[in-house]
Design a protein around this ligand. Sequence first.
Ligand SMILES: [Zn+2]
Length: 264
Amino acid sequence: MNHEPFDTLAAAYALGALDGEELVEFEAHLAQECARCAVTLRESYEALAALARSAPPAVPPPEVKQALLSRIAAVAPTASPRRERGRGSLPWIAGAAAAAIVAAAFTGAFVAGHYEARLGQTARELTATRQRLEREIAALNDQLAAYRSAADLLRDPATRVVTLRGLGPSPGATGWVIWHQTVGGQLFVANLPPPPPSKTYELWTIGEGAPRPAGVFRVDAEGRATHRVEPVEGGKPVKVFAVTLEPEGGVPAPTGPMVLASAK
Ligand SMILES: [Zn+2]
């Protein structure tokens, strides 16, 4: 069978310009895994992608389109060239010209599709940035709440400020607990290196008897931490505040090295 009609159909198919009988016919042909049409389609898609990448989009000016239309009229003078088009009867130039015109029309759509994909990407990046900012704002709000509660505590004459000093593995670390025996308080830490993997820092209050767990806390990349400290049950006094390095999640009694402690 003469393959020539399929060459024209393949070019039009790549542009999405086939419909009706021609589309059915060409898809039936494609289903037979024609290698020649596969090459034509691939080259057409590559050419379209190259057009879409070129900026500004390669759309021919109107006079070019007009010239192409006149040439089609010259080589296919019948009133309805499309209906007259039998297998192999459409001159190559008409097919190419038609493809060029359709390409001009479809390049716009293709370019739009391309930019929509880029816009989608930008939208996803913006969403990620917004989520990161929201997390940062939440962290700042937590910190602000900590400073406010500390400031409120400092207005009460019963509040004291306890200094903690670095020990053992972190001699450069410092800390303060703004402490009110019945209200509780706030721990501030500086220069404490982030804990090793699967470890965490845990605060202890030591008064009468065994040390009481006062919560685990996170250290940021700069070695800073703030941590709310609840009052001891029954408002019992605290003599010493201490921080130890413990397994992730914390433990009910200290097991690891002490990294910060207040003087007795
Ligand atoms: Zn073919």
